[in-house]
Design a protein around this ligand. Sequence first.
Ligand code: DX5
Ligand code: ZN
Length: 219
Amino acid sequence: MNSLPILAPSLLAGDHANLATSAQRVAEAGAPWLHLDIMDGHFVPNLTFGPETLAALRRAGSKLFFDTHLMLDEPHRYIEPFAKAGANLISIHIEPEYDHVATLARIRALGCQNGIVINPATPAESVRHLLGQVDLVLAMTVQPGFGGQSFRHDVLPKLTELAGWRRQLGLKFRIEVDGGVDATTGPLCRAAGADTFVAGTAFFRASDSGAFAANVAKW
Ligand code: DX5
Ligand code: ZN
């Protein structure tokens, strides 16, 4: 079985008028990671946060692990500002054309962990050659761009494929899922090989976020 489960609530579903309060709610619920969705209006049809948002959350005292998901056409142009602003892990998509290998290495050189992301329609095979150079693989379980979408069950076999390669190659990267993850779909992802769970709606709309977070440990 893979690593201990980690919950990463997505701030996209938080209170955009009080982001620091929403981040504090994550910490009080006992979740160690905060998932930050960065969108450019090109790679995905939406706009969200910038580096200053991360810096402001750090100034406000957040000690959470900032899991920073770059949904950008040109992520290589923005990794320095996000690293300097307090990101702990920066994940980049495989789909846009840029130097993936150099960018993944640069993220680590800046003192952050790195991650590679694949959209639902993108086969796991497309990142196989990078598995030895990443700390995390994020398999999107919705088409990126918005929270509150329905979970794509057709992605589950991809998690098993990634977990199989991780075992065969003796690697330690985490396997993260993102999109429509809740108390029903989360355990399905866990059984398929995931160990890191992004949850926006399911965490921030839960009647008891602490109970939701505690439950993830049992998935
Ligand atoms: C979508 C984002 C997700 C999203 C998850 O593009 O990458 O992180 O915020 O939100 P829920 O859990 O509501 O699907
Ligand atoms: Zn995300």
